[in-house]
Ligand binder design. Sequence first.
Ligand code: TPP
Ligand code: MG
Length: 309
Amino acid sequence: MLLTRAFDEKALLLQRQGRLGTYAVSRGQEAAQIGSALALKNDDWVVPSFREQGVFIALGYPLHQLYQYWGWDERGMNIPKKFSILPITIPVSAQIPHAVGIAYALKLRNEKKVVACYFGDGGTSKGDFHEGLNMAGVWALPVVFICQNNQWAISVSRKKQSASKTLAQKAISYGFEGIQVDGNDVFGIYKVVSEAVKKARSGKGPSLIECFTYRIGDHTTSDDASRYRSKKEVESWIKKDPIERLRKYMKKKEMWTKMYEKQLKKKIGKQVKEAVERFEKIPKQNPEEMFRYVYAEMPWFLKEEMRDI
Ligand SMILES: Cc1ncc(C[n+]2csc(CCOP(=O)(O)OP(=O)(O)O)c2C)c(N)n1
Ligand SMILES: [Mg+2]
């Protein structure tokens, strides 16, 4: 969780210095992301949206490749073979039908693997969400839908997103279980996701887990959240910071010392520094690359745009 926070903080600085592109911070959502990722087995499938750096980091994804992706170079999502992760999906909820397709294939092949599919509260308003969850229920597929309800979809609040009392309850209409869990409690998330994964692996079908959490930062580096939400609201959630909660718990259990955190932060600082150095040494891609592979034959308007770069 601390590594994810440090990765994010560095990403923000790099973006402000023009060394990284638009970036979506995950501050406040570390428990939901790391707790859920750790409940998976190595060869389970992970289908992310765009704010899940904590999931990638918990699974051991190379940090420099994550920076590379956010640094305008999609080769950062050239997923090394040992990972069963799909590339980051920017279009909201487009990944949900993909996750369900993978789960369907796993079922047909009788492979005892599970798919973890991530999306946000805003993602539940998309048709893809309904289509995906509906068929996952009909076919009793091995998929765990993990909704990080961080209360905001850019400037649209959770209340404006859906009249449902909870997002978890939407699962009822698809014929499977939905659970709302404290998204800032890493142990709670781990437990609930572990149970859903076990259920999916044993052929008992999908689950929807709503992690009730908060996006402490702006939506992305292109956003200014102070224009649509109050300081008071943000401060009330800073008090529930998942890392602070874990620290308090560990202190109480005498599992934490100042020295432990100091050493951990030193190690993390080194990891992040090395990742940035490695990312910045990668030769820059030719900007023409982004035009080349969209169509078999490049249309005139792309040719025109390409001439202008
Ligand atoms: C199909 C589509 N429409 C609109 C956008 C612009 N957009 C990017 S993120 C976002 C809000 C997503 O909110 P949520 O699902 O709650 O995820 P969060 O950003 O809170 O993690 C929108 C509307 C997009 N990326 N894709
Ligand atoms: Mg959201």
